[in-house]
Design a protein around this ligand. Structure first.
Ligand SMILES: C[S@@+](CC[C@H](N)C(=O)[O-])C[C@H]1O[C@@H](n2cnc3c(N)ncnc32)[C@H](O)[C@@H]1O
Length: 281
């Protein structure tokens, strides 16, 4: 069914939609007020639940040290109407360096108000919502295009939960595909059974900004992880951990990786993919 813009709907329908929205907001507020009395204290093993209210301080204790920038100015969405555009305080990650196509990424600390629910996934099958007990800082990278914008990456419990199987899988000499904010590479490098971490990232501008925030022991290579794997996978790495896709289901249809798995003996077994490995065809 094609969707009709809200303002074109008859008045009685607009009223009905508004009252449903209001009822939903009130139900959420009630659920939040109840759950925040006994919030989830976050740790490395916190399990997925459909509705979660997490204690902000425990979340910071387990994650803050892994943010790329600690003292970044915090943008409060409730008072900044212009939060989508570049602000003076953003760190600009200039992806294209081409003035005709001003597509760039902005690193920003955004404040998620207490009680605002975020959609999240605990795995490709688990969908839920999460809120924090207090206003909470979320490190975010925004993709700012000429006519549109989107949150390209943010560091929330969803990332934490969906990436942790990959961190567990890592051992020995590890190849990480996709730098992002460097969270997973740092988590893997901190493991006792990991000897070496190499990150392959295709966006040079991202390496320039995030690279210097990584420990010196992590090696960063600029390039596509597919090309890198083709050249180096057979002998070099014990484990390959890949998080290079925009959506959690995208890896399942990655035919390029699927082809690599067929060409390189043993690569499939040594690889972990965010969202699951490509399906065979
Ligand atoms: C969602 S982010 C990874 C987040 C990361 N796991 C973290 O802990 O912050 C995906 C990253 O993969 C990179 N990427 C996408 N395709 C790639 C490719 N073919 N080769 C290397 N890096 C790639 C993107 O530029 C982006 O930095």
């Amino acid at each position: 069914m094609s969707s009709v813009p809200f303002f074109l709907l008859p008045k009685f329908m607009q009223d009905r939609i508004e009252s449903c929205r209001k009822a939903e907001r009130e139900a959420r507020k009630k659920a939040f007020d109840k759950m925040k009395e006994d919030p989830i204290i976050w740790d490395d093993k916190t399990k997925f639940e459909k509705f979660m209210v997490v204690d902000t301080q425990s979340w910071y204790e387990h994650t803050r040290e892994f943010w790329p920038f600690q003292d970044q100015y915090v943008v409060d969405r409730r008072v900044t109407t212009d939060w989508k555009r570049e602000l003076e305080t953003d760190i600009v990650i200039d992806v294209t360096k081409n003035p005709d196509y001003p597509d760039r990424m902005l690193y920003r600390h955004q404040l998620l108000p207490a009680g605002d629910f975020l959609e999240m996934r605990g795995s490709k099958y688990q969908k839920g919502e999460i809120a924090f007990t207090e206003d909470t800082v979320i490190p975010t990278i925004i993709r700012d295009r000429r006519f549109s914008w989107s949150v390209w990456m943010s560091f929330t419990p969803m990332e934490y939960m969906t990436l942790r199987a990959g961190t567990r899988f890592a051992r020995g000499d590890v190849l990480v595909g996709g730098l992002g904010m460097g969270w997973q590479a740092k988590k893997i490098a901190a493991k006792k059974n990991v000897k070496k971490v190499t990150v392959v990232e295709k966006e040079k501008a991202l390496i320039d900004v995030i690279g210097p925030t990584l420990p010196k022991t992590i090696e960063v290579v600029h390039g596509s992880v597919y090309d890198y794997l083709k050249k180096n996978s057979i002998t070099k790495h014990d484990r390959v951990v890949l998080d290079i896709w925009p959506g959690i289901m995208d890896s399942r249809d990655d035919y390029k990786l699927h082809r690599l798995f067929r060409e390189v003996t043993g690569l499939r077994e040594r690889t972990w993919c965010w969202g699951g490995k490509p399906r065979g065809y």
